[in-house]
Design a protein around this ligand. Structure first.
Ligand code: ASP
Length: 320
């Protein structure tokens, strides 16, 4: 069941630093969300939000802020990215991440890495220290090795909950987007605007439970799961195949840049009209040159947090 919801904050039009994060969208039902569970997620979101905010308030740029927020989310076992990544069909982990610096038009991404604790840091390394945009699998890990990254072993990602989820998916022979019982898409992401008005976006995921054949979703694909230019920065979460086919992050940016549509309308229309019409569940966060971050999703909930300079940080889970 779709539950349309757009979260927006009005009356903020200055080009003040601002940040939004997400920890995935999905069928997060009030009846299943105990106070304790909600508090646990809210705290994890709040820690990541503060980390990104700290970069901005210390005069850091938007790219560093989104990387820091996503790195902290990757370190949490609560989200399907980094440490909490879901298991593949073979019982391993294949992690994807991407990021884009709107001011310089630079992008970096990695797909299918299995021994890197923070794929977003490797994606940043690709952006800064390679002539390429997207590196995958063993090639990406060779690059990581050359750049002095530390490798983690399989146990680093081991979470008993993820193991049970994988076993269920194997029995049902089903490729699941995070856990289907909740229909939660646990990818994490961040968008930011710094004091100079520069925009950036980053996204990281473990993909789908029981995925095989080297399946890659939208997250590491610049333009699909992540995009930033001088007008808008976008980070997506949801059923990756729909986000790939609709090149969602770039679709939002194209509407803003070419059609002169405002960020809120563009974000809303792509998620609530284009994706929804196709049954593509998920959501996105976006931020423009001015104004508040936008958070829109066509599922009942999306783990999210936002901050604008001069205001308190806020986190939310459900759509109402
Ligand atoms: N978009 C991700 C993928 O399809 C999944 C998610 O957002 O949780 O790999």
């Amino acid at each position: 069941m779709f539950c349309p919801f757009v979260h927006e904050m009005k009356n903020k039009s200055e080009t003040t630093p601002a940040l939004a994060i997400h920890g995935g969208a999905g069928t997060i039902l009030r009846s299943e969300l105990t106070q304790e569970r909600a508090a646990y997620y809210e705290e994890a979101l709040s820690i990541a939000l503060k980390a990104g905010k700290r970069v901005l308030t210390n005069g850091g740029n938007a790219l560093d802020a989104v990387v820091e927020a996503v790195r902290v989310l990757e370190d949490s076992p609560m989200f399907n990215a980094g440490r909490g990544a879901v298991l593949t069909h073979e019982g391993g982990h294949e992690l994807d991440a991407s990021l884009m610096d709107g001011a310089m038009g630079r992008a970096g991404a990695v797909a299918g890495v299995s021994r890197i604790a923070n794929p977003v840091l490797l994606a940043k390394e690709v952006l800064e220290h390679s002539e390429h945009v997207l590196l995958c699998g063993s090639g990406a890990e060779n690059f990581a090795d050359q750049r002095g990254f530390t490798f983690v072993d399989r146990d680093y990602f081991f979470e008993p909950y993820r193991f049970r989820q994988w076993q269920e998916a194997l029995v049902l022979d089903r490729v699941q987007l995070d856990h289907t019982s909740e229909k939660k898409f646990g990818t994490v992401g961040a968008v930011a605007r710094d004091a100079s008005g520069n925009l950036a976006a980053a996204t990281s995921t473990g993909g789908m439970t029981n995925k095989r054949y080297g399946r890659v979703g939208d997250t590491p694909v610049v333009g699909a799961g992540t995009f930033a230019d001088d007008w808008v920065a976008v980070s997506c979460t949801g059923h990756g195949e729909f986000f790939l086919r609709n090149v969602v992050a770039h679709e939002v940016a194209a509407r803003v840049r070419l059609a002169g549509v405002d960020v809120e309308t563009a974000s809303h229309d792509v998620v609530m009209k284009v994706l929804k019409a196709q049954g593509g569940e998920g959501g996105l966060i976006s931020i423009g040159k001015e104004g508040p971050p936008i958070m829109v999703f066509n599922t009942p909930g999306m783990y999210r947090g936002w901050w604008i300079e001069g205001e308190l940080e806020q986190v939310a889970i459900l759509g109402d």
